[in-house]
Design a protein around this ligand. Structure first.
Ligand SMILES: C[S@@+](CC[C@H](N)C(=O)[O-])C[C@H]1O[C@@H](n2cnc3c(N)ncnc32)[C@H](O)[C@@H]1O
Length: 254
């Protein structure tokens, strides 16, 4: 990337130096409306349901990390289904982690770390690492995948979902509006849209960040190749979230 402004080709991994020059979407502002997604977006709910089924299908992990865990929706599933496990929510944004703390107060097996992945020092501690819709927003995805590998014990599992394709705000608006209108009528749909106006604003900021090259875009094959390079075997791969994202279940190579 010669000047730091032209978007690199899809799948090209960005250096931290390139990304540091750019402007970021405001995750704290997003946090105020974020859980309208889990309440009203069927595509978001389908991902949480997939994770719930996945967690029910594996041997109970003793130590679980949720990286870029946001308002804690995946941490909540892990804490509830694995009450004997330690669940560590790692989230650098104060607004996001504040919402998670308030929401998950009833779970005494959750530990909160207000920290970015690149600053987590642990090594080989986790049986399961969850990283959903956060990798694309991090600096230096190749190094961040190495970090995810480093956190896991050999044979441990990574449950990874990443936004890879361009965020088309109009497409999402149409999808959500038609779903809400069916479910709650026109007035109900308009009410939820008004409450969730920060989501549309931050999704537009994500799109800008993708265009400028700050946020990573990739195909499923490009993500799979980066994941393999970091020392993972891929056990499952699907295109999800209306084909905007890729879901990979991976095992840390011994
Ligand atoms: C779209 S939210 C996803 C939240 C949650 N995983 C979910 O799916 O509901 C992306 C999150 O990634 C976090 N994030 C951004 N950069 C990060 C980094 N370097 N390390 C860890 N998390 C990061 C943001 O603060 C934000 O909360």
């Amino acid at each position: 990337m010669p000047d730091g402004h032209a978007a690199p080709p899809s799948g090209q991994i960005h250096s931290p130096e390139t990304q540091a020059r750019e402007v970021r979407p405001d995750w704290s502002a997003y946090a105020t409306a974020y859980d309208l997604l889990s309440d009203h977006n069927p595509a978001y709910r389908a991902l949480v349901a997939d994770f719930t089924a996945f967690l029910g299908s594996i041997e109970r992990p003793r130590v679980i990390y949720d990286i870029g865990g946001g308002t804690g929706n995946y941490t909540e599933v892990a804490a509830r289904l694995c009450p004997e496990s330690e669940v560590h929510l790692m989230e650098p944004d104060a607004g996001m982690i504040g919402h998670a703390r308030a929401k998950l107060a009833a779970h005494d097996n959750v530990r909160y770390h207000n920290i970015a992945l690149e600053d987590v020092a642990a090594e080989g501690a986790a049986d399961l690492v969850i990283c959903v819709h956060a990798l694309y927003a991090m600096p230096g995805q190749g190094q961040r995948l190495d970090d995810l590998r480093r956190l896991l014990r050999p044979g441990g599992l990574l449950y990874l979902i990443d936004l890879g394709r361009d965020m088309n705000v109009g497409d999402w608006r149409g999808y959500l509006f038609s779903h809400l209108k069916k479910e709650r009528g026109l007035a109900g749909a308009l009410r939820v849209f008004w409450q969730g106006r920060e989501i549309a604003k931050q999704n537009a900021a994500i799109r800008k960040a993708q265009k400028s090259g700050l946020y990573w875009t990739h195909s499923g094959a490009e993500l799979a190749s980066a994941v393999s390079d970091a020392g993972f075997d891929i056990l499952r791969q699907d295109s999800v979230y209306r084909d905007y994202s890729d879901l990979l279940v991976c095992r840390a190579v011994s």
